[in-house]
Design a protein around this ligand. Structure first.
Ligand code: PLP
Length: 379
């Protein structure tokens, strides 16, 4: 089994070198992270729970946090879940890895949006899963095509990011949501819903899990409270929930201290405060990006992003070569080829509005367009 560096990791490393316009990072806006409140939370849990904050976490996660998470799921995501069905993980990535280990074997059929998030499909590939690419457009994954593929390849699992997709920014339309649930029911498909961005935008479609309880839901606090906390969660029930807890014993990856911190940030309403501010800021950032692209790089957007952090463009030139040149002008992004199941498509790129300052977005796209135009002329 070969292991690969993710293009997100590679581009993010470049971003550490004095980069002004960081369109590569999937990290949240640093201005929104509740850094001072984190310190207060540390002091509070230190006083209140003493050495329990550095004890072993226990499989499934801290009870107090699981209860807060079930309230959060209900309040913010419209998902009704018993706290026992909420499993704390070390981020969404860890949840997906555990689910891959539990549900996927060599040749297990897994339907995935194409393009999809390269980092979460890596553990699926590692299990030897047979990934089947399903096209995605401005209305999200093409469920008619999915149904046709399921008839050919048989039942299995679908891994989907229905809201604010990474890397395309699209959301699944209401009709296709219904259709997806129907297909799952009719053909016995297991749905894994990966959902890091819904809470950051107002007026998003409800999670699939909110309309069908059979869906396995994966959430995260990376985009709300900080990705370095490594706290996410899965919502599942019955045998799968039990097995997720048992499998967590293999790594105990979610730090007890960080679970206490997130618990305190949730119970004090700090996470909700961040969400309120995020819902005001991120839509403006995304709009700024789309407008700048329309002005400086017209007709490059391959999908119309509706929410989340990302836009996916056709660069017209090899994106890795372009990246080398754009780094010199202090711009980074993630080349898009690896987001496609079978690679190829080297002339594409993912642009993120996550961590770049809003007032630098337009300027950054202008610089990128100059680099692209300069590169095209030398070819
Ligand atoms: C769709 C998707 N899934 C999973 C993750 C990983 O999140 P976490 O930091 O919680 O592991 C991300 C982060 O960018 C993402 O966009």
């Amino acid at each position: 089994m070969r292991l690969y560096w993710s293009p997100v990791e590679l581009a993010s490393r470049l971003a550490r070198r004095g980069i002004k316009y960081n369109f590569a990072s999937g990290a949240p806006d640093p201005g929104l992270l509740p850094f001072d409140e984190l310190r207060k939370s540390f002091e509070r849990v230190y006083e209140e729970y003493g050495k329990a904050i550095i004890a072993y976490p226990g499989a499934g996660g801290l009870r107090e946090l699981r209860i807060e998470l079930s309230r959060y799921a209900n309040r913010v995501l419209g998902i009704n879940a018993n706290w026992r069905d909420v499993i704390v993980t070390a981020g969404a990535q860890h949840a997906i890895k555990l689910l891959s280990q539990l549900l996927m074997r060599r040749r297990t059929v897994v339907y995935v949006e194409d393009p999809t998030f390269v980092e979460t499909i890596a553990p699926m590939k590692f299990q030897g899963a047979r990934l089947i690419s399903v096209p995605i457009d401005d209305e999200g994954v093409n469920t008619h095509e999915l149904e046709r593929l399921v008839k050919t390849h048989g039942p299995g699992i679908i891994y989907t990011v229905p809201n604010c997709h990474n890397p395309t920014g699209v959301s699944l339309s209401r009709n296709r949501r219904k259709h997806l649930i129907e297909i799952a029911r009719e053909y016995g498909l297991i749905i894994i819903e990966d959902d890091p961005y819904t809470s950051l935008y107002p007026n998003t479609e409800p999670a699939l899990k909110a309309i069908n309880n059979d869906v396995i839901y994966v959430g995260t606090f990376s985009k709300i409270l900080g990705p370095g906390l490594r706290i996410g969660f899965a919502i599942a029930s019955g045998e799968l929930r039990n097995n997720l807890e048992k499998l967590e014993q293999h790594d105990f990856a979610a730090s007890t201290l960080n679970q206490y911190l997130v618990f305190d940030l949730l119970r004090r309403g700090i996470a909700d405060d961040v969400i309120r501010k995020a819902r005001e800021l991120y839509p403006r950032k995304l709009q700024e990006l789309v407008k700048a692209l329309d002005d400086y790089l017209p007709n490059t957007l391959m999908f119309r992003p509706s929410c989340g952090f990302y836009a996916f463009i056709n660069t017209g030139v090899n994106a890795w070569e372009l990246l080398k040149r754009s780094v010199k002008q202090k711009v980074v992004f993630v080349p898009g080829g690896k987001f496609f199941i079978n690679g190829g498509r080297q002339n594409t790129a993912r642009l993120s509005i996550g961590s770049i300052r809003i007032d630098l977005i337009r300027e950054g796209i202008k610089v990128l367009s100059d680099v692209i135009n300069g590169y095209s002329m030398t070819m």
